[in-house]
Design a protein around this ligand. Structure first.
Ligand SMILES: Cc1cc2nc3c(=O)[nH]c(=O)nc-3n(C[C@H](O)[C@H](O)[C@H](O)COP(=O)(O)OP(=O)(O)OC[C@H]3O[C@@H](n4cnc5c(N)ncnc54)[C@H](O)[C@@H]3O)c2cc1C
Length: 377
């Protein structure tokens, strides 16, 4: 009998881990994923129907090659699974002329030769009548952007991984340790998993499972709200995803999905600090919805300012808001991802590909040095 239970163990099968499990299995590795929660659950950071995907990336131009690959891989996953995960709508970004939301997108577009339309208020009014621009605001339109079905994306990665021979165990990891050239993962059911290579993708639980790295991670509580909307002007065929620096905060939202008479919005800025994922308050607290409803009154006045339903989620932030992705600095048999800082889901398939390459080849073809786990040391 082999010394190992598997070639690759993946701890945390959420947004990033489900993709790592899939890519490890696709490479022919015997892969086992462990997670105490079922695929597509609402206890972590990968739930709430949809996530924005965009290309002219305001956070930093270095993400653009990863995004190009992410778009390819989402397309490949859709073809393989026969499921629709991505809806192209374009992204309208609005803000004061010099704000980061516009300047960051322009910088990525210039550096990478991306299409990014510059729109004035008249053009926005003609193409997207529900938006009311404020004096001094400018807009850009990223035509490649759209939204992803988030829970469905996690479930599809897991289902396709299982079709390729991967195994998923619904059990938590208590801790892990190096074992010879591999690793041993101790599980909450009292058993242990011996793996040649280990991938850690624990999302907001990274401070526990990656405690040895002392990463400066903090959690932020985030609230999503859905408001009533039966107007066809907001359907995805004619209404884009949007991201707006209003001065009071950065807000974003989605078009109506299918025939559902509702529209989802949230604030990207702000959020209360959270000590631990299990401490998350999931009810709607006083003050949770007001900033978003005030944004609606200002910029989308045709919508009713009433919360139909809500969801609560959290971001796992790094100080520079860039991801932590790479090999463990002391244990090359361990690859890890953490601190996706509220913008990681769109990258899930390329994160999975990077993690599988690091685990199976000891290196990745992708340029991820700027996300190194050692940069805070
Ligand atoms: C409200 C909100 C809006 C967002 N909007 C966008 C957006 O528009 N576009 C975008 O790209 N990104 C967005 N993000 C960010 C993105 O959703 C996250 O960065 C990403 O989904 C996080 O994935 P993850 O795999 O790191 O974490 P998770 O998906 O939370 O996965 C971590 C997994 O680890 C598991 N786990 C925990 N403890 C253990 C243990 N002991 N053993 C085994 N497994 C364990 C958990 O059960 C979980 O399944 C948003 C996030 C939020 C909260």
């Amino acid at each position: 009998m082999s010394e190992w239970d598997c070639d690759v163990a993946v701890v945390g099968v959420g947004g990033a881990g489900s993709a790592a499990l899939y890519h490890a299995a696709k490479r022919g590795a015997r892969a086992i994923g462990v997670d105490p929660n079922p695929p597509g659950h609402d206890r972590g950071s990968s739930h709430g129907d949809t996530r924005i995907i965009r290309l002219a990336y305001m956070e930093a131009p270095g993400y653009v090659p990863l995004l190009r690959r992410a778009f390819e891989l989402w397309g490949a996953l859709e073809r393989e699974s026969g499921r629709r995960l991505y809806t192209q709508t374009g992204l309208l970004q609005i803000g004061p002329a010099d704000c980061h939301v516009l300047a960051g997108a322009r910088r990525s577009a210039e550096e990478h030769g991306l299409e990014l339309e510059q729109l004035d208020a008249a053009e926005v009014g003609r193409r997207f009548p529900p938006f009311r621009m404020q004096p001094g605001e400018r807009a850009v339109f990223d035509p490649r952007a759209g939204f992803l079905a988030v829970e469905d994306g996690v479930r599809t990665h897991v289902a396709e991984a299982q079709r390729l021979g991967a195994e998923l165990r619904q059990v938590g990891a208590v801790r892990w340790e190096v074992a010879g050239e591999g690793a041993r993962v101790h599980l909450t059911d009292g058993t242990a998993l011996r793996a040649r290579r280990l991938i850690l993708a624990p999302g907001g639980w990274a401070p526990t499972l990656l405690a040895d790295l002392e990463l400066p991670l903090t959690l932020l509580r985030k609230v999503l709200v859905w408001v009533p909307c039966a107007d066809d002007a907001y359907l995805a065929e004619r209404f884009p995803v949007f991201l707006c620096d209003s001065g009071a905060g950065v807000f974003y939202g989605f078009p109506r999905r299918g025939a559902d008479p509702e529209l989802k919005l949230a604030e990207h800025s702000g959020g209360a600090a959270l000590a631990h994922p299990e401490a998350l308050e999931r009810g709607l607290l006083p003050g949770d919805a007001e900033p978003v409803l005030a944004y609606l009154a200002r910029s989308l006045p045709g919508l009713e300012r009433r919360v139909l339903r809500h969801a609560v989620c959290f971001y796992t932030q790094t100080p520079d808001e860039h991801f932590v992705l790479g090999a463990h600095p002391r244990h090359p048999q361990v690859a890890l991802v953490a601190g996706l800082s509220g913008h990681g889901y769109k990258f899930a398939p390329v994160l999975g590909e990077v993690l599988a390459e690091l685990a199976l080849d000891g290196a990745t073809r992708h340029e991820v040095g700027f996300l190194s786990p050692t940069r805070f040391a």
